[in-house]
Design a protein around this ligand. Sequence first.
Ligand code: EPU
Length: 333
Amino acid sequence: MIYHRHFQLKKYNAFQTEAFAKIFCEPATIEELRQAILDYPQEQKLVLGAGCNLFFTRDFDGLVIKPNFKGLREMPDQEDGSILVEVMASEDWDSFVAHCVENGYAGLENLSFIPGSVGAAPIQNIGAYGAEVKDCIQEVVALDMATGQSLSFTAQECEFGYRDSIFKRTKKYIVISVVFRLNKSFQYVEKYADLNQELSELEQPSISDVREAVIRVRKRKLPDHLELPNCGSFFKNPYISAEIAEKIKSEYENLPLYPVEGGLLKTSAAFLIDRAGFRGIREGNVGTYPNQALIIVNYGTADGNEIVRFMNRIRDAVNQKFGIMLEPEVWMF
Ligand code: EPU
């Protein structure tokens, strides 16, 4: 395995900001990965997937590891009509979803067209159109970066939350593979208004109808990061108290609200950013997408700090207007 020195990371983050890694490697096997950890015990480490949810603000003074673990293994059908599929972490997420839909394996179709790798999916428990990946995860195999030991986590041990998991919180593990439990029969269940509307003319949508509808909605609302660099939703949807919700609702009657745990309500960050006057605006080389205020887009800066400054302008404006401090969903280094 080659270790590159002073390696440019621009191609490896969806915002395409420039930064150098002191050392960079792409292990293709678990043995190579263990070797990298052994070769550089003292270096701080950063693991990259497809780089769709992170960007750089400065050089990384350590070892950047970009695993290249490929492969997919289907296990015999289970008695309950489900199938288990183990997928290596560096496989492309949407190619895997396409494979499931073609074979009639149900569960992930609402998560169609999300950019990124399979290994990144459990880290932030990707979600869209009323579905979260955690509901189809049987097991995650990961390597402990401190010991080089591989461990298996049941879905419960992954401690999944909204865009959250043990992997995201501890940053101690490298995901090697994910075992999904998928259903061999499909029935459309209405979960999300946008998607229901897109499918409203079909009496009994098939699994491919759902995938195609999701792709149409996403193409309308979300920019392609290869054409206009972005990391998808920049902020998490905030959880707020009923009291704050009432206060905002008195001015904005159609504020989206969904009950969540602890008596709190989840609201829409896009709605708040939009009402704070930040949808589709541009400041210098950075802006928000006209069709979705939650997406920060990079019109051409190589400096991640410009994105951070713009992010802070949005956070301040939303906080000043609504008393809510938005929390970034994207990782910044
Ligand atoms: N809205 C606005 N202005 C906008 C956009 C949206 O007011 O510019 C309001 C609308 O009222 C709309 C509501 O916000 O009904 C929700 O918007 P949308 O359906 O686009 O979903 P979201 O809550 O903004 C979340 C996920 C997306 C996911 C969509 C669809 C988060 C942080 N984001 O966005 O995930 O695709 O739902 O399920 O939870 C991502 O994580 O990168 C991502 C794109």
